[in-house]
Write a protein of this length. Structure first.
Length: 181
């Protein structure tokens, strides 16, 4: 079902959901850019001839609008990524893990192209495959926080077991030290 990008099926599904979210946001911003051009054509391009200054003014105005739209999207994408990282790090902290990220990998062209190919494969499937994936995606769960549920309970049980084992080993060590003296 999935082309491997080095994650288990559950995590790959989360990646697909994120890619879908990012694609939607990109499409919205591109519609905004298109609307900016349409607005210029409809409101300012009404004469048959224009002076150089008039064309320059129109292009400068359009540049400012498009620049603002692109800047807004870049800021939004960065903040969205931070929110996603916050969720992941929050879950890791509940397991007392310290995750690390290699920021230099974010500019690895080979990996970026691999993700782009993965995205293309996931979203260019035939309609029947897409429909079955869409129905599965609609059933997909959100990124679940690790709370005092079963995962934490299992971890706590293991910690308690190891503490008991440590206590027994300390007592045994004291007994053996007493015999050696």
């Amino acid at each position: 079902m999935f082309q491997d990008i080095g994650l288990n099926e559950h995590h790959q599904q989360i990646v697909v959901n994120y890619l879908r979210f990012a694609r939607y946001g990109r499409a919205q911003r591109l519609r905004g850019v298109d609307a900016s051009f349409e607005e210029l054509k409809d409101s300012r391009l009404v004469d048959d001839t224009y002076t150089l200054d008039e064309v320059t003014d129109m292009l400068d105005g359009l540049c400012a609008v498009v620049r603002g739209e692109v800047e807004s999207e870049l800021i939004n994408a960065a903040h969205t990524n931070v929110l996603l990282l916050r969720q992941v790090f929050s879950q890791a902290e509940k397991w007392h893990l310290k995750l690390q990220a290699d920021i230099s990998e974010l500019e690895n062209r080979e990996l970026i192209e691999e993700i782009a190919k993965f995205e293309e494969r996931e979203f260019s499937a035939t309609k029947s495959t897409s429909q079955s994936k869409l129905s599965k995606l609609s059933q997909a769960t959100k990124l679940e926080p690790l709370n005092e549920g079963s995962g934490s309970a299992l971890l706590q049980m293991e910690i308690n077991r190891l503490n008991e084992e440590n206590t027994k080993l300390r007592e045994r060590m004291k007994t053996l030290e007493g015999k050696v003296r």
